[in-house]
Design a protein around this ligand. Structure first.
Ligand code: G16
Length: 539
């Protein structure tokens, strides 16, 4: 039996950089999740006879919302739901499943790298038939729908068992519970040279951060690739990620970093985030920034069987360093600069214009799915190490000697008063025209703009995507507000300095960026607007 439940709209259901992310307590308000899911379903056309993929990163509220989503899918006319056992699907595995099953789309329940638990974060994201996050036209339509919704439909049936593999039925809809790991691990085995990685005898530490990649990493690294038992740390997904922040950066994966800087460090260290789409790459004694990792992976990708034919293009988000552009130029392929948000890569990948994409926010991926993919990045690194016999440090040094080095850091000011952050950005935008020609210490501004992107495949325009201040010699500061936070505003300041191959390639990053840090404050008045004298997180 289908129930139609009366509801009233919530005014705060506008999806951000990556779906709707809010505190768990917000999602626990009456009908809150149901309203958003119904709004998604109202926007999706062609539900009759269609398959929907549902899964999440296992965080607190995952099971409850999956239960509701399945019963609502049944009430909204879907023919079949494919759900990961226990409600588990990493974001890249969900993307793969949508594609492989010819599904109309997928609901991914995750707040990614944000912490989990009753007082922390939850999220719902809709992915379209190509397996990628819904583009802005669709998320805008979903938001519009949330503002007028007055009822939702749900099957009046008990929640289905999502822990037992197999099929069952809810109100005439088939529910298929699948092994969340198998298809994804098979895909990785097709893309990468598993026998070569196995034969290389590398040692590794992988931190799954008590999040979704644990079961995937154990299957792929320990079972299929023969890494020693215990290679995967924090391998069991927990609803609260063990109280940690499942963000694979140098702050939240500090233990891994320390282990990799020790004299007895393994050859390779890596971590992934809450939902498995981000990555952290550390060699013995050397951290590789996400921007450099993108460039180094692109430069060496042809060593992996899945990329042996070469790349068609490389895409990066605007705040990501320009290191990848230099690789694209050397390979004679196009480089694309998109706004922050993986959804902007989807059209380029679908059109065959780009093969590899990456972001400074620790996301790298390719056209094998339509999400960034943490384990994919780890495996491509392992494949490159195995094929070259080089260490991570050697690969990095050779890369910088050939292309030059883009020193890079991101400074985050978290939990800033939203009005103060908005005022900072407003003043900055108002001052853009006055900046060119001005000097800040030894730096001279050559150009300053508010980044706008025109998608080359459909001509859609996304404006106000961050303020760029470019200096003579290729250095740069970018300012933007995060679209993924759940309390106050997060100001992100991205700092980049280019050193050519003949320059200083082995300096300390902080020292190389010191004048840019000072310029950033002088230009944007960070302390004046926010009262902060130092960032909360440097990545
Ligand atoms: C999401 C998006 C990424 C984006 C990141 C940071 O990642 O998918 O494309 O780069 O947020 O966004 P912001 O700077 O607006 O916080 P994830 O891993 O959180 O899904």
């Amino acid at each position: 039996m289908i129930e139609t439940v009366a509801t009233t709209p919530y005014s705060d259901q506008k999806p951000g950089t990556s779906g709707l992310r809010k505190k768990v307590r917000v999602f626990q308000q009456p009908h809150y999740a149901e309203n958003f899911i119904q709004s998604v379903f109202d926007v999706v056309e062609g539900k009759a006879g269609a398959t929907l993929v549902i899964g999440g990163d296992g965080r607190f509220l995952n099971r409850e919302v999956i239960g509701k989503a399945i019963r609502m899918a049944a009430a909204n006319g879907f023919a079949r739901v494919v759900v990961g056992q226990g409600g588990i699907l990493s974001t890249p595995a969900a993307s793969n499943l949508v594609r492989r099953r010819g599904a109309i789309g997928g609901l991914i329940l995750s707040a990614s790298h944000n912490p989990g638990g009753p007082d922390e974060d939850f999220g719902i994201k809709y992915n379209i038939a190509n397996g990628g996050p819904a583009p802005e036209a669709i998320t805008d339509a979903i938001f519009r729908r949330t503002t007028t919704l007055d009822n939702y439909r749900i099957a009046a049936a008990p929640d289905v068992d999502i822990d037992t593999l197999g099929t069952s039925e809810v109100a005439g809809m088939t529910v298929e519970v699948i092994d969340p790991v198998a298809d994804y691990a098979d895909l990785m085995e097709r893309l990468f040279d598993f026998p070569a990685i196995r034969a290389a005898g590398l040692s590794m530490a992988f931190d799954a951060m008590s999040a979704v990649t644990g079961p995937y990493a154990v299957e792929i690294f320990e079972r299929r690739l023969g890494f020693a038992p215990g290679t995967v740390r924090n391998a069991v997904p927990l609803e609260d990620f063990g109280g940690h922040h499942p963000d694979p950066n140098l702050v939240h994966a500090r233990a891994l970093y320390d282990a990799m800087m020790a004299p007895d460090a393994p050859d390779f260290g890596a971590a992934s985030d809450g939902d498995g789409d981000r990555n952290l790459i550390i060699g013995r004694g050397i951290f590789i920034t996400p921007s450099d990792s993108l460039a180094m992976l692109a430069a060496n990708a042809q060593l992996a069987p899945g990329y042996a034919v070469g790349l068609r293009g490389i895409a990066r988000s605007m705040p990501t360093s320009a290191a990848a552009d230099r690789v694209a130029a050397a390979l004679g392929i196009p480089a694309f600069e998109t706004p922050t948000g993986w959804k902007f890569f989807g059209n380029l990948l679908d059109a065959g214009m780009a093969t590899i994409c990456g972001e400074e926010s620790a996301g790298t991926g390719s056209d094998h799915v339509r999400e960034k993919d943490g384990l994919w990045a780890v495996l491509l690194w392992l494949n490159i190490l195995a094929a070259t016999g080089r260490s991570v440090a050697e690969i990095a040094r050779e890369h910088w000697t050939r292309f030059g080095r883009n020193y890079y850091a991101r400074h985050d000011y978290e939990g800033v008063d939203s009005a103060a952050a908005d005022a900072l950005m407003r003043d900055l935008r108002a001052a853009l025209d006055t900046l060119p020609g001005r000097g800040f210490g030894a730096l001279t501004v050559v150009e300053a703009d508010d980044f706008a992107y025109r998608d080359p495949t459909d001509a859609s325009v996304s404006a106000h995507q961050g303020v760029r201040v470019l200096f003579e010699g290729g250095s740069r500061v970018v300012f933007r507000l995060s679209g993924t936070g759940t309390s106050g505003a997060t100001l992100r300041v991205y700092l980049e300095r280019y050193e050519p191959p003949v320059g200083d390639l082995a300096a300390e990053t902080g020292a190389m960026l010191a004048d840019l840090v000072a310029a950033a404050d002088a230009i944007a008045g960070i302390t004046r607007h926010t009262g902060r004298t130092a960032p909360d997180v440097i990545t």
